[in-house]
Design a protein around this ligand. Structure first.
Ligand code: 5GP
Ligand code: ZN
Length: 147
């Protein structure tokens, strides 16, 4: 467990994102290196909603080191235009929440990349899980666009 500032931190062994990283839980993974993983949000605000996370468990932004910050920023910048283009979005929300008071619900640091459309109100949280088929299809399209 990292030193949490809010009392709402998660032990690594109970962390769903750590489980996806270690392969103990399923995930539609788009990219992974030694420091960063990018994968699809299970309950997307809109199709293509992507999360960028550090491989090492950090509850929130406050304990990230500079190398992790840099690696996260590079992958966020890399995926932003790809997610926007593949989904045909009009814009892209890049959001990051720290602590329950800020609306954070999974206490492993992550950045949301959310495709946005004219006339559709901006949200950070989706309402329901997408179908595995829809997630797999979108993951395939995003992975293909990386090449
Ligand atoms: P937060 O509220 O912490 O900023 O966002 C947490 C995000 O994690 C939510 O958008 C939620 O849908 C997503 N999420 C929660 N559990 C899982 C899961 O098991 N798999 C994936 N891929 N995303 C998850
Ligand atoms: Zn974790």
């Amino acid at each position: 467990m990292q030193g949490g500032l809010f009392g709402d931190e998660t032990a690594t062994e109970n962390c769903i994102f750590c489980k996806i990283i270690s392969g103990k839980a399923p995930g539609h993974i788009l990219y992974r290196d030694d420091e960063v993983m990018c994968f699809l949000d299970i309950a997307p605000v809109s199709v293509g909603h992507t999360l960028v996370i550090p491989i090492k468990h950090h509850d929130n932004i406050f304990t990230l080191n500079n190398s992790e910050v840099s690696a996260l920023a590079i992958q966020t910048r890399r995926f932003a235009p790809i997610v926007k283009r593949v989904t045909g979005a009009d814009g892209l929300g890049v959001h990051q929440l720290n602590g329950r008071a800020a609306g954070q619900t999974v206490f492993h640091y992550h950045t949301h990349l959310i495709p946005c459309f004219h006339g559709k109100p901006m949200q950070i949280h989706g309402r329901k899980p997408a179908s595995q088929t829809a997630l797999a299809e979108m993951a395939e399209r995003l992975r293909a666009a990386l090449k």
